[in-house]
Design a protein around this ligand. Sequence first.
Ligand code: ADP
Ligand code: MG
Length: 344
Amino acid sequence: LSPPPVPAIRVLPPEVAARIAAGEVVERPVSVVRELLDNAIDAGATRISLAFDDGGLSRIEVSDDGRGIPPGDVELAFERHATSKIASIEDLHRVHTLGFRGEALPSIAAAADVEVLTRARGEPVGVFLALVNGRPVRRMARPAPEGTTITVRDLFARVPARRKFLGSPAAEARAITTLAMHYALAYPGIAFQVVNSGRRILATSGDDDMRHAFAAVYGAEIARQVLEVDDCDGGVAVTGLAAPPSIHRGNRGGISVFVNGRWVQSRPLLFAVVEAYQSQLPVGRFPLAALHLRLPEDDVDVNVHPAKAEVRFRDERRVARALRHAVRAALEAAAPVTWVVPGH
Ligand code: ADP
Ligand code: MG
């Protein structure tokens, strides 16, 4: 018996390469939602509506009133590494937008059927484009409001392996709802509307008042009680809202942390917020807070992961310390008596 032949190395066909890359950007329905919201925000939208059905598996639709896509660029937007947001290596060091890789739309179109209706500022009429398997199949002129609507249907229908690893539609819907809540708090200047299976589950006014956004997400009663956070420590400015220790939850999902306007999921930063409450919270309970951190761009690297799930800091401990100090200062100001050290 001869040993099996050594397989030859070959460059994968573009569809295979695209499908692999798509898997890194589009893990779950919520990753599609995040990419579409990011694009709407990058387009300067002041109103964004998100609608989804079956946890996003049968339909995700995001509409914005942003600047739209120029008619000549609509197909290009779905090609890999095609972006209007950066042009050179230098630009990578000063990314001001949430997206910049030019990977989201092609990845989504590789995993689902996509329709886009967009009218760019100054254009008399909109463009409708439908894509199947990542390729344009239909294009026509169509009246449309200024802005962009992207509809994603039957996500992962052609990727059964991926579908198997998803949670139930209800679990996926929860993940999307949570994301939308964090985004509503991150951008109080944008009016968000979120509709799950025909039912409106969130609406913010977009009046740029953080407390109003907090009320839309957590209710007016909680919003009335939350404390103002406003502090600067070691070059890190922290602003936002933190609930008093009397308000708490069973998980960390009520803690939103934004770095230079971007929602981040950072364990050390979430931990810093919890630590600020010291022993004031019951065991196993977590606070509600929405906190914006501003720090020099050179101190943050957003170019870490295709799904942008994480950022990297030059000095993470300094950032965590600033966050902890700021929240603690707000709590102390509100209830100084609880902070007397025993024995003094
Ligand atoms: P990236 O956001 O990294 O540039 P995407 O694949 O998400 O890559 O989008 C590709 C391009 O399509 C963007 O650079 C932008 O020019 C355009 N685009 C996508 N979504 C929108 C939108 N909602 N409004 C305006 N332009 C958009
Ligand atoms: Mg994008």
